[in-house]
Write a protein that binds this ligand. Sequence first.
Ligand SMILES: CC(C)(COP(=O)(O)OP(=O)(O)OC[C@H]1O[C@@H](n2cnc3c(N)ncnc32)[C@H](O)[C@@H]1O)[C@@H](O)C(=O)NCCC(=O)NCCS
Ligand SMILES: Nc1ncnc2c1ncn2[C@@H]1O[C@H](COP(=O)(O)OP(=O)(O)OP(=O)(O)O)[C@@H](O)[C@H]1O
Length: 202
Amino acid sequence: MSLVIGLTGGIASGKSTVSAMFTDMGITVIDADIEARLAVEPGEKAYNDIVSHFGTEILEDNGTINRPKLGEIIFNNEEKRLLLNSIVHPAVRERMAQKRALAEAANEKAVVLDIPLLFESKLTGLVEKIIVVYVDEQTQLERLMKRNGFSEEEANSRIKSQMPLKDKVGLAAAVIDNSGSIEQSRQQLMDLLSKWGILRAE
Ligand SMILES: CC(C)(COP(=O)(O)OP(=O)(O)OC[C@H]1O[C@@H](n2cnc3c(N)ncnc32)[C@H](O)[C@@H]1O)[C@@H](O)C(=O)NCCC(=O)NCCS
Ligand SMILES: Nc1ncnc2c1ncn2[C@@H]1O[C@H](COP(=O)(O)OP(=O)(O)OP(=O)(O)O)[C@@H](O)[C@H]1O
């Protein structure tokens, strides 16, 4: 039986950084952001639905979705964001369930589902234990602006579209505080996985 771990947090809180640590340990990570990208490739049902609702203005010349443009629309319009969610999320859920079943069938010790919107989309039933990757608000804002080249306003509109990170902390089985160095976060993860019996204590 695999332990199914949900890895979540807020935008730019460090989920990918922590999920890379799991991958380094040979633990399978299924990433909702990647599945969401695959689900909207040309020819997919979700792609057709997006084009019919948002129009061809959100396409690149080669027919793929212009992600910065769609992002600018949905992070400034709650109704449109919920519409996009209703198109993309069912496809993501289906893809993640398929991959999770494959990892479980292979009898892996643990499998990680990296889902930014685990709580917002009420997907907690998909996982057994939840790890929240936390950073303080100021660090989150600074890292998001730096990583994506966003203005403070652009970064804040994205942060505000999610459940406040500090509210997620209270809903988790464990929290990794990623406000410090990456090495400090790695140590927290190692301690946690030893405690859960996934890694042997050194
Ligand atoms: C709006 C889109 C095109 C912007 O693409 P872009 O490449 O700029 O960002 P990316 O997909 O890498 O997402 C970055 C982060 O933004 C946050 N985010 C993305 N979508 C949403 C959303 N609908 N609501 C709140 N936060 C979101 C997440 O923290 C995510 O990790 C894209 O995020 C999208 O299609 N979103 C809808 C699907 C979705 O909810 N994905 C998130 C997990 S399933
Ligand atoms: N402990 C750290 N110290 C300094 N920078 C960090 C640390 N952890 C992550 N970062 C940087 O902060 C940014 C956000 O981290 P990361 O991409 O892992 O977040 P994320 O939660 O996966 O984001 P998203 O879900 O929005 O894609 C990245 O540019 C990353 O390199």
